[in-house]
Ligand binder design. Structure first.
Ligand code: BGC
Length: 372
């Protein structure tokens, strides 16, 4: 079968012919329809991240996925050929308490693998196999947007974690009456945009920053969902004095992360989701002032990575809410679609203002699940 292959830590990506995966007892065989391309893929192709499976000379790339069940196991109930499915990414270490509880997103040993990222083949291939535990069935009504479920799951977890920390304040007394909570989203790639969608349906007033004017697809989409777009190319001072209750960071920029800690309001929470480059040179920060504000203002800085199955499930529920509230808007997060053959361009290109590129692994005309 055709697959997008990398050789971490070597730089580069290629389309290769690899053997079809063998289906073990209890597994389901899935034909891949689409795969999203994300910053993690850029890092793997750039030789900065990723690891091939034990004993393999290559890694099949791709973790944002949508597929259709080809063949199940008669002993496995709940999945039938033609069902749309999205696979989760992380596979547990098999030895820590969180992985035993199918919550490998909180793995304590670090011995997990991630499909398409570390130690396990991914989904930029014509087929894959997996056990039902890691497959989430998707309503055909979400066919056009379901490839966004994996990044949405990461956002669902990040916002849930942030909200949990905010909730430590417990119900507020109510005099003067409490207004809508405020959120800042830093970065308008797919993670930032999906965060804006989720925060809007959770009742937040949302400001989203990037380095572009309002004419980009992201700028237009933010307006559509009632969020405010701000071009912060000249720095965070453009945000004025407002302190935010919740800040969701989605850029991986180390210097920006420090700046964002300074735009938190009292009791505010900054959730970092972008994965910084560990090799960036040391930066100077006013650490005394920063920690002072954190302590004196009950502020919190939280890291959040990956997502377990529950966040894929809440993501599906939210997708339906987005579709009802802003028909067609979610599909706008996919700013570019490319055939599998153009993977090198899709993974390497950085189109300013674009949000998400999706690779069509199975050409669209054959990708619709059969009716009935
Ligand atoms: C993926 C996560 C993964 C993380 C770290 C992200 O791009 O969406 O599932 O845990 O990278 O490898």
């Amino acid at each position: 079968m055709r697959a997008v292959v990398v050789h971490p830590p070597a730089v580069g990506v290629e389309l290769a012919d690899v053997p079809l995966p063998t289906r073990s007892v209890g597994e389901i065989r899935v034909r891949v329809l689409e795969c999203g391309v994300c910053g993690t893929d850029h890092d793997i192709v750039g030789g900065k991240y990723g690891r091939a499976p034990e004993g393999a000379s290559y890694l099949i790339l791709g973790h944002e996925n949508l597929g259709v069940v080809l063949e199940g196991d008669p002993a496995v109930v709940g999945f039938s050929p033609g069902d749309l499915v999205v696979a989760t990414v992380r596979r547990g270490c098999g030895r820590c308490r969180f992985c035993f509880a199918n919550r490998s997103d909180f793995c304590e040993s670090g011995g997990y693998t991630e499909r398409g990222i570390v130690g396990a083949h991914g989904f930029m291939a014509e087929q894959y196999t997996d056990v039902p535990e890691y497959l989430v069935r998707v309503d055909p009504a979400l066919r056009d947007v379901a490839v966004l479920l994996e990044p949405l799951s990461v956002v669902e977890k990040a916002i849930f974690q942030g909200q949990r920390v905010l909730n430590r304040k417990e119900p507020t007394p109510g005099h003067p009456p409490t207004g809508s909570p405020s959120a800042l989203v830093a970065g308008t790639g797919a993670i930032g945009m999906l965060a804006a969608f989720v925060l809007r349906v959770r009742g937040y007033e949302v400001v989203a920053i990037d380095r572009h004017d309002d004419t980009t697809p992201a700028g237009r989409l933010l307006k559509r969902i009632g969020a405010t777009h701000v071009n912060a190319a000249a720095g965070l001072a453009v945000l004025g004095e407002q302190g935010f209750d919740l800040v969701i960071e989605a850029t991986g920029s180390v210097s920006l992360d420090f700046g964002l800690a300074n735009v938190l309001g009292p009791n505010g929470v900054l959730v970092l989701t972008g994965i910084p480059d560990a090799s960036v040179p040391p930066t100077t920060v006013a650490a005394g002032a920063l920690w002072r504000e954190v302590v004196l203002g009950n502020r919190a800085i939280v890291g959040s990575v990956n997502a377990n199955r529950t966040y894929f499930e809440s993501g599906l529920r939210d997708m339906t809410v987005f579709q009802e509230k802003w028909p067609g808007a979610l599909a706008g997060v996919i700013s570019l679609r490319r055939p599998l053959a153009e993977v090198a361009d899709a993974v390497l290109e950085h189109v300013g203002g674009s949000i998400k590129t999706v690779l069509e692994v199975t050409p669209p005309r054959t990708s619709a699940p059969s009716a009935g």
